[in-house]
Design a protein around this ligand. Sequence first.
Ligand SMILES: Cc1ncc(C[n+]2csc(CCOP(=O)(O)OP(=O)(O)O)c2C)c(N)n1
Ligand SMILES: [Mg+2]
Length: 160
Amino acid sequence: MVTTLLGDGSYLMLNSELFSAAFAGHGFVAVVCDNDGYAVIHRLQTGQGGAGFNNLYSDCRSDHAEPPRTDFAGHAAALGCAVFPVDSLAGLEGAYRKAREVAVSERRPAVVVIRTHPSSWTEAGAWWEVGVPEVSHRAGIAQAREEVLEGKAKQVRYLS
Ligand SMILES: Cc1ncc(C[n+]2csc(CCOP(=O)(O)OP(=O)(O)O)c2C)c(N)n1
Ligand SMILES: [Mg+2]
């Protein structure tokens, strides 16, 4: 059984294959982690001194006091999927097991939807270096630039 784990932003960028899979009879499980925007890009943006801009909903301009949220379970159901909205971590395991069963028995994608936190995660030690501008009026970016150069120097010493 294939399981795919994806974010709310990725879902919004590309979701129509759910309909194709439901139509063709391809069962798999998709777990949608809804954390209010492009959280990994936000972390890359702010983790090296930049200001948050247009990645998390909280950093996006909206003319609405209460901007709309996507009903991912409603959307996936409309595309022909079985849906399992979960409102707490405690409910995730049961929902996932049920989704696996239904994906097989009903031969259509089973979509589990859960709210997740945009920035808190378990310590896995992941690290992703992105380019940092050489010149910036933001002190945080200048500092990140120094750190990257230092890191590179260490890496070169280590490798040679
Ligand atoms: C088609 C496409 N456009 C843009 C990107 C760049 N990109 C990589 S991750 C990401 C944000 C994904 O957000 P989400 O799926 O909500 O995951 P999160 O980081 O919040 O867990 C974007 C825009 C991409 N990978 N593919
Ligand atoms: Mg997200």
